[in-house]
Write a protein that binds this ligand. Structure first.
Ligand code: ZN
Ligand code: ZN
Length: 238
């Protein structure tokens, strides 16, 4: 019996645990779900909800597809670089779904569970683009299981309201560049912790970036979150 229960854990056959929460880290019923959302205490993956605001979701949006990609790439780079400061990143994904529980979600899987735990703590004290962040540990470790296969084949007929992840991808060059930058950063270990500190040393690689590439990066991480926090006190967290 125990073997059977273990084999169906988090699957559709499991009548106790929510398969959507287990596979995707987010379910459309949220806290009112009739099945259990078992929050992990030890996992390499973090989830930060509702942070990417895709301009295309605004019906008055007049941006072209290349402009939208540029907008997304800037976001992806901004987040990847910041999250990589907190520990070696294995992967980072951004949802392009429109349903409340998935829209703009950022998932990041670290090499080490301990880095994921630290990242959650630090991010929960930060703001991005003027909004406070809500980060949590997330049960997803296999993103192939979490992603909508039909969407990858451009055949999902549920569109943005699909309950599996519809990921938005950065351009291939950017992905490679970020992987290389992380490698160089780990090698140099010349970076300080989270925060856009003016004393942070940059690797020679990032200094050699072309001005055009550098100017695209107008980071929306708050420069001075201490000052902001003292103006807008947040509720204390449990
Ligand atoms: Zn659920
Ligand atoms: Zn889908």
């Amino acid at each position: 019996m125990a073997d059977y229960l273990a084999s169906i854990y988090g699957t559709e056959k499991d009548k106790v645990n929510c398969s959507f929460y287990f596979k995707i880290g987010s379910c459309r019923h949220g806290d009112r779900c009739s099945r259990k959302h078992v929050k992990p205490t030890f996992t390499p993956t973090i989830l930060v909800r509702n942070v990417y605001k895709n301009p295309a979701h605004d019906p008055t949006c007049a941006m072209t597809e290349p402009e939208l990609q540029e907008h997304f790439d800037a976001f992806y780079e901004d987040w990847y670089r910041e999250l990589a400061m907190l520990g070696p990143l294995e992967e980072m994904h951004v949802c392009d779904n429109v349903g409340e529980h998935l829209v703009g979600n950022v998932y990041a899987r670290y090499k080490a569970e301990s880095d994921a735990a630290i990242a959650v703590d630090k991010l929960n004290d930060r703001y991005y683009a003027g909004f406070p962040l809500y980060a949590e540990l997330c049960p997803v470790t296999d993103f192939r299981e979490a992603c909508c296969r039909q969407h990858e084949d451009r055949m999902c007929n549920r569109g943005g309201f699909c309950n599996f992840m519809h990921l938005r991808h950065p351009t291939a060059d950017l992905r490679l560049e970020l992987h290389d930058a992380q490698k160089a950063m780990l090698k140099a270990k010349g970076f300080e912790g989270i925060g856009r500190s003016s004393t942070r040393r940059r690797s020679s690689r990032s200094r050699s970036r072309s001005p055009a590439r550098t100017s695209r990066r107008s980071s929306r991480w708050e420069e001075d979150d201490e000052a902001r926090r003292s103006r807008e006190p947040r509720e204390s967290r449990p």
